[in-house]
Design a protein around this ligand. Structure first.
Ligand code: SF4
Ligand code: SF4
Length: 356
């Protein structure tokens, strides 16, 4: 059965289930302290090797070495890919976005002042998903906010009961060149698209008279929320595996008080596949992904959040590899068998990417 949040290529064998497929031990589970992500730890954790190491520090040397996939042109593309994400603060706004010019298409009416009554939550969910698709989301799911997934110190008012979770597909060819700068460009485009989609969706909800908190990787853990919303399952590589694109998506979410019909979680056999497949672990240059047959509750490093039964990824080793590589890596996305697109090639050279 295909879940009704699915957009794009479908996969057979997807079942809608009552409970999310992850297993948590409530006695060990705690809200994640965002200061423990490697990106935060580089700023404060002097006990860690990655302290003050920026992963693009080596990029100039790498370009000078003339390595394939790290040319001047390739790197120009990577930097360009992030521009909307980095320059447009409104993408991650928690409030109506202030604009300097006269707003278009609104006759100057402030639609946020009146509330659009919702008599049929199913219909409103359909409208929200259609809007999200118009604004660039590849997959959309809706779930109740589980406050266990909020980062420590984050308080979201009680009336924000629902989360709209959106997955943005990343370019197959770009990711296929991982770990080059071209794969990093595919990631950057994912983040820039996220800013556009979030901003447009947040404004849509506010124009209906409700509130919207737009988030990327900030504020709460995206993967378990996406599982709650029926977008996929957790993979050995620590990423959300979707039936449509595998792990080749970026995730963003909107917390809202808009009344909506919720989606149910899905299962399509990821846990069983990951037990045997191990391709992401075999291809990871950093040996950051577990090769154990079974998931466990044992964390590997300070950047893991305890309490979930999973294959914990050594985020420290992963980040140090990025530093060595001079740019970020998506190899555990590229090699995943769920990363499929109508039989197209998923491993490309930079020449093949550019078509030169
Ligand atoms: S991003 Fe690259 S280095 Fe990090 S876990 Fe995945 S394959 Fe390994
Ligand atoms: S590559 Fe294989 S083991 Fe890794 S996440 Fe994908 S299916 Fe699971």
């Amino acid at each position: 059965m295909r879940s009704d949040n699915a957009i794009g290529p479908s996969r057979t064998g997807v079942r809608v289930v009552k409970k999310p497929s992850y297993v948590v031990d409530q006695s060990r589970l705690q809200r994640f302290d965002v200061r423990n992500t490697v990106f935060e730890r580089i700023t404060w954790d002097s006990s860690w090797k990655g302290h003050k190491q920026m992963y693009d520090e080596r990029l100039l040397d790498t370009v000078a070495e003339g390595k394939c996939g790290y040319s001047r042109v390739d790197v120009a593309l990577t930097c360009a890919s992030w521009i909307v994400h980095d320059a447009f603060e409104g993408g991650f706004s928690w409030k109506k976005i202030e604009i300097q010019r006269t707003p278009r298409g609104s006759l100057g009416i402030d639609w946020t002042k009146t509330t659009c009554e919702v008599n049929d939550t199913r219909k409103m969910s359909v409208c929200v998903k259609r809007a999200a698709r118009l604004f660039g989301a590849s997959l959309i799911g809706i779930c109740k906010l589980n406050r266990d997934w909020l980062y420590t110190g984050i308080e979201i008012p009680d009336e924000f009961q629902n989360v709209i979770v959106m997955a943005i597909e990343m370019d197959l060819d770009g990711i296929g060149t991982s770990p080059t700068a071209l794969a990093a460009a595919a990631t950057g485009v994912g983040y820039s698209k996220m800013a556009f989609t979030l901003a447009s969706m947040g404004e849509f909800i506010r124009n209906l008279g409700y509130e919207a908190i737009q988030c990327g990787n900030d504020t709460a853990l995206s993967v378990p929320i996406a599982i709650d919303a029926g977008l996929g399952e957790l993979g050995r590589n620590g990423l959300l595996i979707t039936p449509q694109y595998g792990p080749r998506v970026r995730l963003c979410k909107i917390f809202t008080n808009l009344p909506l019909q919720l989606d149910k979680p899905i299962e399509f056999g990821v846990k069983g596949s990951c037990k045997k497949c191990k391709l992401c672990a075999k291809h990871c240059e950093a040996h950051a992904i577990s090769v154990e047959d079974d998931p466990s509750f044992t964390v590997i490093c300070q950047s893991n959040n305890p309490g979930a039964l999973k294959w914990y990824v050594d985020a420290e080793k992963c980040y140090l590899y990025w530093c060595e590589n001079g740019t970020d890596c998506s190899t555990c996305i590229k090699v995943c068998p769920y990363n499929i697109a109508s039989g197209r090639k998923t491993d490309l050279s930079s020449k093949e990417f550019w078509g030169t």
